[in-house]
Design a protein. Structure first.
Length: 595
């Protein structure tokens, strides 16, 4: 009640006193009597303040107002002056007139409290000149700005976008005894960078005010400022920020450098990124390996592979090749993502040969896989050679699979030669290639490859067994197919096998004990032109069957037929066709020769 300017009336005093007496509250009764006897209604500071403010607000300041205030014989204490100034807060000009009149009239000598009260009233946009005049007057009188005053006025300035005045106030306070909190520096720097116009003079002013007082800028401050820059789309201005903070003795940590390098390059600000790296070097704090890698990664994310490659090469020149494996892996992945695996391979090969770079094993493997997907078989073979030279185990699985499924026999030979040091690779590698061909169903290509292999491979027992086993499996499948076809055609097999062969010009010897026939040649045939089309097809089928159901024996110069029963179907069908055409045997024999 007293703060609001109200006292206790006589009637209220009597009723409360009676109640206190009935309740036995003697001590409270004495306090109430003392309060009432002190003149609580008319002479309290609060009541006097209300009367003074009422006169000042209702009247235009002049001699009449001053006369009335003097007639009251009011003792203007610091408390009363502060209270009056606060009540006149919405009329700052009248508050200032009252402030000056009190001093000029020698009614009260101003102290720190009254000055601060006046400063709080004047701290607004329409009184800014008067505000600063009183502020410097206060300091000249030897008084300090209270922290409460600073906080209140600073908040008002910031809310009203008065950033320059806020910075000036911060600088003023930093020069005084009551210094602002450390976090106020970060607070103001963030407000400056999100302003309509980035004022680097104000930014530098805050930095200097902070550091001159013995404070040190931290990476947390930089992170906060950069976050604010990002929020308004001004991250490209970070070099200006770093330059200003450098004048305050600050250099970003390695982690901060990496973040900035990545952000600039990934935002496609290659000029700013280059300037950033140059500034770091000029400051005497060379970018470390992680900063370079972050720069390369950012360019990769932005899709600027040429710039990423240039930065990677600079990194190798400055940091050496020993620790560049991760950066190279990033670069290779970016090239492959853009379907430029061949270009990636060229870059890697150049760096290995010219800079003695040693890529990771995983980098080689990933790039080989991508090259094969993008038809870069020859380039993949080049990588195989580099891996071998650098002591890595060969990465053959995708290469063998590629050759077996889509490659040519020449591709397979290129692969085998790529693994050659003094001689062809081990037999196990050849077997893997042959098995892959068979698995892919490319038996003819497997045969062609075998014919081009060196003798120690062609005659190797494991290789012969592999081909024989594959022929046996196919023979069983072909027998079932031919039998089904013959049954559907309702063919009879009345002719002995020897007669069928003889009718086609074969010379056969029969070995009953082994159920084997001997033909003095290897299947390689010509078809008589007079033979019917269907008969010719059956003959082709026969020859194909012979090539799969035989085992070559070079020393004996003959072929062992392992399944006459399988051949009977083809021979009988062929003989039937010959008879149907009116011929007893072909007009010219079917020739077989060693070739």
């Amino acid at each position: 009640m007293k703060k609001k300017g109200f006292g206790v009336s006589k009637g209220t005093h009597a009723r409360i006193l009676e109640k206190f007496g009935k309740d036995g509250l003697n001590s409270d009764s004495e306090k109430l009597k003392e309060l009432f006897s002190s003149g609580s209604v008319d002479n309290s500071v609060e009541k006097v303040c209300l009367r003074v403010c009422k006169v000042i607000k209702q009247e235009v300041w002049g001699d009449e107002v001053e006369k009335r205030l003097r007639e009251w014989n009011v003792a203007f204490s610091s408390d009363l002056v502060v209270m009056v100034l606060e009540n006149l807060g919405m009329e700052p000009n009248k508050a200032l007139i009252f402030f000056r009149w009190i001093e000029e009239s020698h009614l009260c000598e101003h102290d720190e409290r009254t000055y601060n009260a006046m400063v709080r009233v004047l701290g607004r946009e329409d009184c800014i000149e008067k505000f600063w005049r009183v502020v410097y007057e206060m300091r000249g009188a030897g008084y300090e700005m209270e922290m409460g005053t600073y906080i209140k006025v600073l908040g008002r300035f910031v809310d009203r976008k008065m950033i320059k005045d806020a910075v000036d106030l911060y600088e003023f306070a930093m020069c005084g005894a009551n210094k602002p909190a450390v976090q106020d520096c970060t607070f103001l720097l963030r407000k400056i960078v999100v302003s309509k116009e980035l004022d680097m003079d104000l930014f530098l002013q805050v930095v200097k005010a902070f550091t001159v007082s013995g404070n040190v800028l931290m990476n947390s401050t930089l992170d906060a400022v950069l976050k604010s820059l990002t929020s308004v789309g001004r991250f490209g201005e970070c070099n200006k920020i770093l330059k200003a903070m450098e004048e305050g003795g600050f250099l970003p940590s390695g982690t901060s450098q990496s973040k900035i390098a990545f952000r600039l390059s990934s935002d496609r600000k290659k000029d700013e990124a280059s300037e950033f790296m140059d500034n770091i070097e000029a400051s005497g704090c060379s970018p470390n390996y992680n900063t370079w890698v972050s720069l390369v990664e950012g360019h990769c994310v932005a899709g600027d592979l040429n710039q990423a490659s240039d930065c990677f090469k600079k990194m190798v020149e400055k940091e050496g090749a020993s620790g560049s494996g991760y950066g190279l892996a990033l670069l290779m992945n970016a090239y492959c993502y853009k379907n430029r695996a061949v270009d990636a391979c060229k870059l890697l090969c150049n760096m290995v040969t010219e800079k003695e770079l040693k890529p990771w094993h995983s980098t080689y493997k990933a790039l080989i896989n991508k090259l094969l997907l993008q038809r870069g078989f020859k380039e993949a073979l080049n990588l195989l050679g580099l891996m071998k030279n650098q002591g890595f185990p060969p990465f053959l699985d995708p290469l063998i699979e590629y050759v077996a499924k889509t490659g040519t026999v020449d591709d397979a030979m290129m692969l085998l030669r790529a693994m050659t040091v003094k001689r062809y690779p081990s037999t196990s590698v050849f077997l893997r290639v042959f098995e892959a061909y068979f698995k892919a169903g490319r038996h003819n290509e497997a045969q062609d490859l075998l014919s081009k292999c060196p003798g120690y491979i062609r005659n190797h027992a494991d290789v012969l067994n592999l081909f024989f086993s594959m022929k046996s499996e196919e023979a069983a499948a072909a027998t079932a197919t031919a039998a089904a076809a013959a049954a559907s055609a309702n063919l009879t097999f009345g002719l002995p096998l020897e007669q069928c062969l003889d009718s086609l010009g074969f010379r056969v010897e029969k070995i009953e004990s082994k159920r084997l026939g001997i033909i003095h040649s290897i299947p390689c045939w010509e078809i008589c032109e007079d033979l019917s089309y269907d008969a010719a097809n059956h003959l082709r089928t026969l020859v194909t069957a012979l090539s799969y159901y035989t085992e070559f024996d070079d020393s004996a110069q003959f072929v062992h037929l392992h399944s006459f029963d399988t051949l009977k179907v083809h021979l009988a069908t062929l003989a039937s066709e010959v008879r149907a055409s009116g011929q007893t045997r072909p007009t010219g024999p079917v020739h077989f020769s060693k070739q």
